[in-house]
Design a protein around this ligand. Structure first.
Ligand code: MCA
Ligand code: AMP
Length: 504
C-alpha cells in the first residue's frame, strides 16, 4: 500500500456507483462521483505548488465539496487543517501563521476579511462556497478527474486540528494516517457499521466528531450519509425514517426530545444513536429510551486521541458512563501529582495509550512532553473512575474547560480579554448549566474601584474578538471574587452561586 488512509477509506470505492452522500436538497452523489471531485481538487492543489506534507487550512461551510477537500488532502498527502467557521479574523490569524499553511481556503464572503491575514504569509488564498462554487472549485473544474495517490506511510501526518489550551496559545494536534485509520476501523467494527447503513450527518466537519468519527466510519464500510449543511431538528425528523444511525452531541438529543413530532414510530428503522463530545445527562438517556425504546450509546474521545471508550453495541449501555476502553486502547486512572495508577474505583486522571493517540503538538515539544509521557500514555485532563467491570464514569475535568453545545471554551482565553476592558479589575469565567447547550460561559467581573464597567461595550468587544460560542451569555459585576487561603479563585463557589441562572 502506498497510502494506507487513502487506499482504505477512499481508493477501495473506485468505480463504485453506490450512493455516498445525500446532500440536503441536492441529487445523490455516488462514491465514484465523490472520488472524481476529490481527485480534481487534489490536482488543483498540486497545481498551486503544494507538495505532500504542506498544510491546507480551510474555514469553509459544510458541503460535499468541503468534504472532498479533505479527501483531496489525503490523496495528495497534504495535511488537512479544518477551522471552525465561527472563528473571527482575530482568532484565525494565529492558526494560519502557526501552521505555516501553504493554501488557505475561505469563502467568497469571507475572502476580504481573510486576505490581510494571508498577506504576510507564504500561503495562497482560494475560495470554496457552500454551493460548491469559488476560485478553488473553478481551478478544480479544469483538472483531470483522476489524480496520483501520494506515497504516505502510517506515521505521516494526515491532519492538524487545533485545540485550545488551559494556558497560553492553541495547540495543533498532529494526527497521523494511522491515528485516523486505526480508530475508524475500530469504531466501524465496535458499532457494527456496514454498507447498508445510512447515517444522519448533521455535525460540523471541522472537528473530530463530524469529520473523523462520523465520516471515516462510513467511508470504511461503504455506507451512505444524509448530509445536512448544519444541525436542523426538523430535517432530522423528516429524514429519520430512511436512516439507520445518528451521531450527535447531547444537544441533538435534548432538541429531538423537545420536539413534539419526535415519536417512537420515527425511529423504527434506526439501529443506533451515538452521543459524545460532552456529557450526556443520565436523565436524557432515560427520557430517550422511554420515548423511543432506544438506548443512546455514549462514547468518549478527544481531538488528540480520537475515540477512547465506548458503551457496548451488544451488552449494557450504562447511563452516565462512557463505557469501556475500545479494543487497542489502554486506559488507566492515575493520581494527578505522581502519575501512579490508582486502585480501582478511585477518582483520578484518565491516561490513554494506543494507535489512536496523536503524534504530539505542532512545533511545541515542551507542551507535548507535559501531556504525552515517554511511554506513550497521554494525560487527558479528564477526571474519572473505573468500575470493577471496566466502565468509566467521567466525574469532571482537571482542566479548566467549558463545553457548550459540544464546542470547547477555555475560560483563560475569555478572562484575558475581559481583564483588558475598561473598569474591569479582574474576571472569572465559569460554565453554568444550560438546558439546551449543556453549559454556557458566564463572565464574573470585578469592578475597578470607583468605576462601573460598561457591559454593552464589553459585550461588543467580545463580539469582535471571540467566536460567538465563546462569548459569555451573561456578564455579572461584583466587588470581589471568592478566594481560598492560597489566594486562588474558587470557581466552584461561583458555580454554586450562579448555577441556577438558566434553569427553570
Ligand atoms: C451556536 N451557538 C452557540 C453554540 N452553537 N453558543 C454556544 N455554544 C454552542 N455550541 C450560538 C449561535 O451562534 C447563536 O448565536 C445562538 O447560539 C443560537 O444558535 P442556534 O441556532 O440555536 O445554534 P445552532 O446553530 O443550532 O448550533 C447548536 C449546535 C451546534 C447544533 C449544538 O453548536 C453544533 O453543531 N455543535 C456540535 C459541536 C461539535 O461538533 N463538537 C464536536 C467537537 P446568537 O445568539 O447570536 O444568535 S470534537 C470533540 O469534542 C471530541 C473529539 C469528541 O469527543 O467528539
Ligand atoms: P476536544 O478538545 O474538542 O477534543 O474535547 C475533548 C473533551 O470533550 C474531552 O477531554 C472531554 O472533557 C469531553 N468529552 C468528550 N466526550 C465526552 C463524553 N461522552 N462525556 C463527557 N465528556 C466528554
Amino acid at each position: 500500500m502506498t497510502n494506507p488512509l487513502y487506499d482504505t477509506l477512499f481508493g477501495r470505492h473506485a468505480g463504485s456507483g453506490a450512493p455516498f452522500l445525500y446532500p440536503e436538497g441536492g441529487a445523490p452523489i455516488s462514491y465514484a462521483a465523490f472520488l472524481a471531485m476529490a481527485a480534481r481538487m487534489s490536482n488543483a492543489i498540486s497545481a498551486l505548488g503544494l507538495a505532500p506534507g504542506d498544510r491546507v487550512a480551510a474555514q469553509i461551510d459544510k458541503s460535499p465539496e468541503a468534504l472532498a477537500l479533505y479527501a483531496a488532502c489525503v490523496q495528495g498527502g497534504f495535511v488537512f487543517l479544518p477551522l471552525n467557521t465561527a472563528y473571527t479574523p482575530a482568532e484565525l490569524g494565529y492558526f494560519l501563521t502557526d501552521s505555516d499553511a501553504k493554501l488557505v481556503v475561505a469563502s467568497d464572503a469571507s475572502e476580504a476579511r481573510v486576505a490581510p491575514l494571508v498577506a504576510g504569509t507564504r500561503a495562497v488564498l482560494k475560495t470554496l462556497n457552500a454551493d460548491g462554487s469559488g476560485s478553488l472549485a473553478a481551478l478544480a473544474a479544469q483538472q483531470p478527474s483522476a489524480a496520483p495517490v501520494a506515497e504516505r506511510g502510517p506515521g505521516d501526518l494526515a491532519a492538524l486540528l487545533y485545540t485550545s489550551g488551559t494556558t497560553g496559545r492553541s495547540k495543533g494536534a498532529m494526527l497521523s494516517q494511522n491515528n485516523l485509520l486505526s480508530n475508524a476501523l475500530t469504531l466501524a467494527k465496535a458499532w457494527r457499521f456496514t454498507d447498508e447503513d445510512v447515517l444522519l450527518h448533521a455535525l460540523p466537519i471541522f472537528h473530530t466528531h463530524g469529520l473523523f468519527v462520523a465520516t471515516n466510519v462510513i467511508l470504511a464500510t461503504g455506507g451512505a450519509m444524509i448530509f445536512f449543511g448544519k444541525f436542523d431538528v426538523e430535517g432530522l425528523i423528516r429524514e429519520m425514517p430512511r436512516a439507520t444511525a445518528l451521531m450527535g452531541v447531547p444537544t441533538f438529543y435534548t432538541r429531538l426530545l423537545d420536539h413534539p413530532a419526535f415519536a417512537r414510530d420515527l425511529t423504527k428503522g434506526m439501529r443506533l444513536f451515538v452521543s459524545g463530545s460532552a456529557p450526556l445527562l443520565a436523565e436524557t438517556h432515560i427520557r430517550f429510551e422511554e420515548r423511543t425504546g432506544h438506548r443512546i450509546l455514549e462514547r468518549y474521545g478527544m481531538t488528540e486521541t480520537n475515540m477512547n471508550t465506548s458503551n457496548p453495541y451488544e451488552g449494557e449501555r450504562r447511563a452516565g458512563t462512557v463505557g469501556r476502553p475500545l479494543p487497542g486502547v489502554e486506559l488507566k486512572i492515575t493520581e494527578p501529582a505522581t502519575g501512579a495508577t490508582l486502585p480501582q474505583g478511585e477518582v483520578g486522571v484518565i491516561e490513554v495509550r494506543g494507535a489512536n493517540v496523536f503524534q504530539g503538538y505542532w512545533q511545541m515539544p515542551e507542551k507535548t512532553r507535559e501531556e504525552l509521557r515517554e511511554d506513550g500514555f497521554f494525560i487527558t485532563g479528564d477526571l474519572a473512575r473505573m468500575d470493577a467491570d471496566g466502565y468509566v464514569t467521567i466525574i469532571g475535568r482537571g482542566k479548566d474547560l467549558i463545553i457548550s453545545g459540544g464546542f470547547n471554551v477555555y475560560p483563560k482565553e475569555v478572562e484575558t480579554l475581559l481583564d483588558e476592558q475598561p473598569g474591569v479589575l479582574e474576571s472569572a469565567v465559569i460554565g453554568v448549566p444550560h438546558p439546551d447547550l449543556g453549559e454556557v460561559a458566564v463572565g464574573i467581573l470585578v469592578r475597578q474601584k470607583g468605576q462601573e464597567p460598561d457591559l454593552d461595550q464589553i459585550a461588543a468587544a467580545m463580539g469582535q474578538a471571540l467566536a460567538r460560542f465563546k462569548q459569555p451569555r451573561k456578564l455579572i459585576v461584583v466587588d470581589e471574587l471568592p478566594r481560598n487561603t492560597m489566594g486562588k479563585v474558587q470557581k466552584n463557589v461561583l458555580r454554586e452561586i450562579y448555577g441556577g441562572l438558566f434553569s427553570g
